[in-house]
Design a protein around this ligand. Structure first.
Ligand SMILES: C[S@@+](CC[C@H](N)C(=O)[O-])C[C@H]1O[C@@H](n2cnc3c(N)ncnc32)[C@H](O)[C@@H]1O
Length: 193
């Protein structure tokens, strides 16, 4: 990996991006994050659906970064940062992000493994500093336990929780497609400061 930097809305956004990546976006639209973007199915679908948004995926697994970059192809409003979510988030400027999606994040279902979940009090606090005041965090999971945990963490940090209604044309994620095919119920919520 190599470090390179780019700009969004004139602000420097240093990100940890593989050497073949370039974090610079071509337009001045709002910055939208897909945390743990996996193979980029949702990221590419969202970037195509909302050409006025700049969609930055963050993913730590090499092969998934490669898949996501291939899938994002020529979309000039999609980028994938290769690294840890909290590290890349920390590198972004304060109040720079309009929307953040955390979709089907690893649920770590055993109670003793819950500390490995991405959503923790420190995560909610960090996100609160990087989201714009009108920013929205959106969460979906196949795990009711993780969804309840995440809601509790955000509520305890002072966020307002509400239902997240999906627009009809909303792109599904890879994991969502699997869960829906298997008849698994999906839990979703939104959180605002
Ligand atoms: C269960 S998959 C879901 C992928 C995608 N969001 C979807 O719904 O299809 C979780 C993804 O998040 C990535 N991931 C988990 N923790 C991460 C972290 N701390 N930083 C970056 N990526 C992470 C994993 O490598 C994996 O690709």
């Amino acid at each position: 990996m190599a470090s390179c930097s780019g700009t969004v809305r004139g602000a420097e956004i240093p990100t940890t991006v593989a050497a073949d990546g370039d974090a610079a976006f071509q337009n001045s639209g709002p910055l939208v994050l897909d945390l743990g973007c996996g193979n980029g199915v949702f990221l590419a679908g969202l970037a195509a659906l909302r050409p006025d948004w700049n969609v930055l995926g963050i993913e730590r697994k090499d092969y998934r970064v490669r898949q996501a970059r291939r899938r994002a192809g020529d979309l000039n409003n999609a980028r994938i940062a290769h690294g840890e979510v909290t590290e890349v988030l920390s590198d972004l400027p304060l109040s720079s992000i309009a929307r953040v999606y955390l979709l089907f994040s690893d649920p770590w279902p055993k109670r003793r493994h819950a500390v490995r979940r991405l959503v923790q009090p420190e995560f909610a606090a960090l996100l609160g500093t990087r989201l714009r005041p009108d920013g929205i965090f959106s969460f979906a999971s196949d795990s009711p336990e993780y969804a309840e945990w995440a809601e509790d963490v955000f509520r305890a940090d002072g966020w307002q929780i509400s239902a997240w209604e999906l627009p009809p044309d909303w792109p599904p994620t890879e994991f969502e497609q699997r869960f829906v095919s298997a008849g698994v119920q999906i839990r979703r919520f939104q959180a605002k400061r």
